[in-house]
Design a protein around this ligand. Structure first.
Ligand code: SF4
Length: 71
């Protein structure tokens, strides 16, 4: 399996409610800042599957993946 197919992960800070679920699914990719808003610490920190689970598991839809068009 290819490590990562995406090129970027975006966090919509106005949507994030700080549930921390993304950090649970992909702890090496996401963290939370002082306001408990999610931040991306390493866009390739976890297996693609874990990152996609984090993105789809976000309760507010604050996370999105920008696909790499050069696949
Ligand atoms: S799962 Fe979504 S709402 Fe929860 S901290 Fe991560 S980005 Fe924010």
């Amino acid at each position: 399996m290819a490590a990562t197919a995406h090129s970027e992960i975006r966090v919509d800070r106005s949507l994030c409610m700080g549930s921390g679920q993304c950090c649970w699914y992909a702890p090496n990719t996401f963290d939370q800042d002082d306001e408990t808003i999610a931040i991306v610490t390493d866009p390739q920190g976890d297996p693609e599957e874990a990152i996609r689970s984090a993105v789809s598991g976000c309760p507010t839809g604050a996370l999105s993946i920008v696909e790499n068009e050069a696949e």
